[in-house]
Design a protein around this ligand. Structure first.
Ligand SMILES: C[S@@+](CC[C@H](N)C(=O)[O-])C[C@H]1O[C@@H](n2cnc3c(N)ncnc32)[C@H](O)[C@@H]1O
Length: 218
């Protein structure tokens, strides 16, 4: 599909949401469609994602991020590191309006897009930062720091560990979770859970890697 056809995309998105057993209302369905429409529109000029087909954006981006929502149960403050075009951060913010979601990326054209999405969709729970995560300082730390397609697990933890609240965790969304990446984690961190997830419309399994403080070293 070359252009964003809302009538064709809406039922595919709705079926995926049903398959994931997520309870999203009409407004949230509309916001997800509005987001995908903006992503498809801006992508033609700003090159925000290599996925060009709007229908593929439903599975590879929206449903892929929605499949992770249940992992954020109980989180109040979440940071999406290297958010790019807003994945998973914008999708999480739409699905969980009770959660405060901060998104950070170094590239200004990407954060300009995210700021536009926040304004057009009225996402009061979203904040956007243009910076390297290593340099970010915030008054309140995060319960969960997440990323998708961002970096090696050890770099992810080393660069953003200063932003995690006491007792918080990292959740990395990955295609695979290579053992060598897990082994390279700094000694005071461990993979506390590796969860395989199935995304509607995608053949390959995806993984959620949960990383928490290694209690033995505290
Ligand atoms: C491969 S993209 C992934 C984007 C998005 N998470 C997704 O899944 O589509 C990685 C993003 O990380 C950003 N990035 C790289 N190093 C960063 C850093 N040190 N701090 C913040 N963002 C960074 C890049 O600008 C890029 O947008």
């Amino acid at each position: 599909m070359k252009f964003f056809d809302r009538n064709a995309i809406a039922p595919v998105l709705a079926n995926g949401i049903k398959e994931l057993k997520l309870d999203l209302n009409e407004q949230q369905h509309g916001q997800l469609l509005d987001y995908l429409a903006l992503l498809a529109k801006w992508n033609s000029v700003y090159n925000l994602t290599s996925v060009r087909d709007p229908m593929q954006m439903v599975t590879h981006h929206a449903l892929d991020s929605l499949a992770a929502v249940s992992a954020f149960e109980g989180a109040v403050r979440v940071l999406d590191v290297g958010a790019g075009g807003g994945l998973p951060g914008i999708v999480l913010a739409i699905a969980r309006p009770d959660m405060k979601v901060a998104l950070i990326d170094t590239v200004h054209k990407k954060t300009a897009f995210l700021t536009q999405v926040k304004a057009e969709l009225g996402l009061a729970n979203v904040t956007v930062h243009t910076a390297r995560v290593e340099q970010l300082q915030v008054p309140h730390k995060f319960d969960v720091i997440t990323s998708r397609a961002f970096a090696d697990l050890s770099d992810f933890v080393n660069w953003s560990g200063h932003l995690l609240a006491e007792g918080g965790k990292f959740i990395a969304l990955k295609g695979t979770a290579p053992a060598d990446e897990q082994e390279r984690l700094p000694g005071d961190w461990k993979v506390s859970q590796l969860r395989a997830i199935q995304v509607p419309g995608l053949q390959a399994e995806r993984h959620l890697v949960f990383i928490e403080k290694n209690q033995q070293t505290v």
